[in-house]
Design a binder for this molecule. Structure first.
Ligand code: S6P
Ligand code: ZN
Length: 186
């Protein structure tokens, strides 16, 4: 007899339904260290949601050989002239890579290596992005609507937020004459 198992997860492209889903909201008040314009930051509603992450964690954290899957939604907006963006992180185990896939909206993926060389890749619906090992990654919404992408990463990668909270990326993504522009951090 053939056994047909039902999948434990369903994705609408924007949301995940099923067991073992973790949901995280990051609000203005959670992101104090990442935006450059402190005055513009202080003027925003502290409760305003900047981004949400729904993650499917089918195995325990740190499982060697396991995979996690997540969908990130970044709201449109800016702090001063800097686009709404994620905290950004290196993986705690530095040699763990990751793949991003753009679902909808438009954004930018900032990639910084351990020598602090930063570059950016444009993210548009359908675009696939390979984040190499030893590379910090951060995404920003450069459009007027929700920017949504999915991600797959090793379950033992972990997240090192601290390095970015303390030193930031070497470049920031700002709106200049209406265009996303990568500039050196002053
Ligand atoms: C996890 C993966 C994403 C991010 C998410 C939010 O390795 O890179 O799921 O967690 O985009 O970004 P951050 O920097 O706040 O974790
Ligand atoms: Zn990651």
């Amino acid at each position: 007899m053939n056994l047909i198992a039902t999948p434990s997860l369903f994705s609408t492209g924007q949301h995940l339904q099923g067991k073992e889903i973790e949901r995280i909201s990051r609000r203005i008040k959670d992101l104090e260290s990442i935006f450059s314009d402190k005055k513009a930051y202080a003027a925003l509603d502290a409760e305003r949601v900047v981004y949400e992450v729904e993650s499917y964690l089918p195995v325990p954290n740190n499982t060697e050989g396991g995979l996690f899957y997540g969908i990130t939604t970044i709201k449109p907006g800016t702090v001063g002239n800097e686009y709404f963006m994620t905290k950004g992180h290196f993986h705690s185990i530095r040699n763990r890579a990751e793949i991003y896939f753009t679902v909808s909206g438009e954004g930018m993926l900032l990639l910084m290596d351990e020598k602090r060389q930063t570059r950016a890749e444009k993210m548009t619906p359908g675009s696939v992005h390979y984040i190499h090992a030893n590379t910090a990654h951060r995404t920003a919404n450069t459009g007027d609507v929700d920017f949504i992408f999915s991600a797959v990463w090793p379950a033992d990668a972990g997240h090192d937020y601290d390095t970015i909270a303390r030193h930031g990326f070497s470049k920031i993504l700002v709106k200049q004459n209406g265009t996303p522009t990568l500039i050196d951090r002053s």
